[in-house]
Design a protein around this ligand. Structure first.
Ligand SMILES: NC(=O)c1ccc[n+]([C@@H]2O[C@H](COP(=O)([O-])OP(=O)(O)OC[C@H]3O[C@@H](n4cnc5c(N)ncnc54)[C@H](O)[C@@H]3O)[C@@H](O)[C@H]2O)c1
Ligand SMILES: [Zn+2]
Ligand SMILES: [Zn+2]
Length: 390
């Protein structure tokens, strides 16, 4: 079958690889109709992880069940399914408590497994013609409709970024009437802003510098903040003062969301990376008693880190300031399954259209060009979907 393969820094290729097949009686084989490229893939693509050449990429897969293992009970041939990027067993101590991102049974070398991702187990990715899905009764979410129908671009986002936007809003304790600042207007940041709006947040600010991404944030009802114009914290506080929503000692926001990750650029000099930039900005911006949700990715091993600490994922933050303000924070991989069924129903009822972040739908062969353009954060490229049978 054809698949997108990581070859090394800034290089992916579409190659023939061994066909995906049923390996365990609890597996199904899925014929992929959409597989999204994620900002998380770009950390690997850019050579900033320990990913090995030869990795078949893709952890956001949607498709049709083509073959069913002998022990699978709930999933049938022909079902339309989306797979959460986390692979989980459904029965371990963490899975039964809803922490499917930390499943203890799927990855021999760590807690948590995923398709096509460094450190997440031996599973191949879904940017391919077919995907093997382990523990299929647990890992397939059934969907209505037909391949490539009006919900195709919404449903594929249930594998990761729409649930991740909701997880971010949860970690940041977004509630009706609250003020929120989202750093990063990639698909995750945009959907965190969208999830915050669905929850009734009042003021929503979205920080980035890519014009098309800021315009998408504005179209969702958020206030765009262009970091190339200077300190985003000062910009947001000035806007809150002008609006009259800033009050004494509480001129920042109550909820802050980090949707950038360790490759954050420094607004003071956008040609440089500063891995603690966004975390520091959030500690400055979030009000006393507020909350920070960190869904942007941080790695324990960064070959491209700018100093010995960054190479080991050691990020310096003003913990004293955070403590003094009594800010709570949460972080980690999204337990997708906690959200995906409910979000599917919001999509099918017409109340949510996360596909507004999708900018391209391309054949698999276009993957090398799409990765390169996404990596440059080229204007107009936000969420790219690959259709291996296009
Ligand atoms: N927690 C999870 O389970 C989970 C799931 C999906 C993605 N992620 C991570 O979330 C992050 C965002 O994903 P994405 O697909 O939206 O990626 P993306 O790369 O498309 O978006 C990141 C955005 O951040 C912007 N940015 C860079 N520096 C900034 C700064 N200092 N302030 C504000 N914005 C800045 C970039 O211009 C870019 O638009 C990535 O790190 C990804 O790995 C985590
Ligand atoms: Zn992803
Ligand atoms: Zn488990």
């Amino acid at each position: 079958m054809k698949a997108v393969v990581y070859k090394g820094r800034l290089e992916v290729a579409v190659e023939e690889v061994a066909d995906a097949r049923i390996e365990e009686p609890t597996d199904v084989l899925v014929k992929i109709t959409s597989a999204a490229i994620c900002g998380s893939d770009l950390h690997m693509y850019e050579g900033r992880t320990a990913a090995l050449p030869g990795t078949v990429l893709g952890h956001e897969p949607l498709g049709l069940v083509e073959e069913v293992g002998s022990a699978v009970e709930r999933v049938k041939k022909g079902d339309r399914v989306v797979m959460p990027f986390n692979i989980s067993c459904g029965t371990c101590f963490n899975c039964i408590r809803g922490y499917t991102a930390a499943c203890l049974n799927v990855n021999p070398s760590a807690h948590g497994g995923a398709y096509g991702y460094v450190g997440m187990g031996p599973f191949r990715g879904g940017q391919a013609e077919h995907l093997r899905v382990p523990f299929a009764d647990t890992n397939c979410l059934k969907l209505p409709g037909e391949p490539r129908d009006m919900f195709e671009n919404d449903f594929v986002l249930l594998a990761d970024v729409f649930p991740t936007g909701c997880f971010a809003a949860d970690l940041a304790a977004v509630e009706p009437g609250m003020s929120v600042a989202v750093f990063g207007a990639g698909p995750v940041g945009l959907l965190a802003a969208y999830a915050s709006a669905l929850r009734g947040a009042d003021e929503i600010y979205v920080v980035d510098y890519v014009p098309d991404r800021l315009a998408r944030a504005e179209a969702m009802g958020a206030t765009p903040i262009d970091l190339s114009r200077g300190d985003p914290v000062e910009q947001i506080i000035a806007l809150r003062r002008a609006r009259g929503t800033a009050t004494a000692k509480m001129d920042g926001v109550m909820s802050g969301i980090e949707a950038v990750g360790f490759q954050a650029i420094d607004w003071a000099d956008p040609s440089h990376e500063e891995p603690n930039r966004v975390l520091e900005d959030l500690i400055r911006l979030v009000n006393p008693t507020g909350h920070i949700g960190i869904v942007g990715l941080y790695v324990p091993e960064d070959p491209g880190g700018k100093n010995p600490h960054a190479k080991k994922g050691e990020i310096q933050i003003s913990f004293g300031k955070l403590w003094e303000k009594g800010i709570s924070f949460g972080t980690g991989q999204t337990p997708v399954m906690r959200y995906s069924a409910r979000l599917r129903d919001l999509v099918t009822s017409g109340r949510a259209r996360p596909s507004q972040v999708v900018t391209h739908r391309l054949p698999l062969d276009a993957a090398p060009e799409a990765y390169a353009k996404l990596s440059r954060r080229e204007d107009g490229y936000a969420k790219v979907l690959l259709d291996p049978h296009m």
